[in-house]
Design a protein around this ligand. Sequence first.
Ligand code: SAM
Length: 230
Amino acid sequence: MEMVKTMGETKWDILYDPKKKSLFSRIEEFAINTYFSDVFVKAILSASKIKSGKIFEPGSGGGMACAKFAQKGFEIISMDLSENALKKGKELFNFLSLDGKFTLGDLFNLPIKNNQFDVVFNQGVMEHFRLAKMDAPAGVKEMMRVLKKDGTLVILVPAYFSPLYFIYKFFKFFNLLEKYWPYTDQDFLHKHELYQMMQKAGCKNITVRRLWSSFFFSMIGYCKKIDEDE
Ligand SMILES: C[S@@+](CC[C@H](N)C(=O)[O-])C[C@H]1O[C@@H](n2cnc3c(N)ncnc32)[C@H](O)[C@@H]1O
């Protein structure tokens, strides 16, 4: 395993600092580890229809979905803005004796050449940009750039009117967000919002749907890269 380069501290480093971990983050991590990462991996493999190859996750956090792919024999490149997140992912890979590459980097400016991967995906990342006034389609475009021709882009985000949405609203109503919710820029996407984010990035033949197997928590969007120049 290798750490490619280093950057300064981000708000995500604080989130992934083991000493500052909130109860919500612990519950979320437990749920993703024990159930949701399997659901995400199945959905990604069903969208991409591949059995081997190179998979890249920009915004990999603790690397739980990446670890599931590595266990299935895929070549994994895990990237995050946060050194603490990458550290956590590396620890998980070491604990499970898995191989993978870990890169520190920004998905809006990927430190990677064009046309490299069979699948580029992320989960729980692209919903953090709109409220922070960042251009999410520009990030999607970068993800498309590093996909091989015929490779698959998959984006998973929390869905509007999902169970998490109602929990979020409850916390918001009782002014508990600041104390208990780990994300200041949380967004829940309608189907058409994820579709438009991908369309603005130049994606074609896009499919967006609710992921029933995630108990409606997630919206999944995917498409193939048709041309090498996309
Ligand atoms: C809510 S976490 C989700 C992590 C993981 N995908 C999961 O499902 O557990 C969002 C992750 O995206 C990362 N992130 C946010 N902005 C990023 C950016 N511009 N480039 C790369 N990673 C980013 C954060 O550091 C964080 O690890």
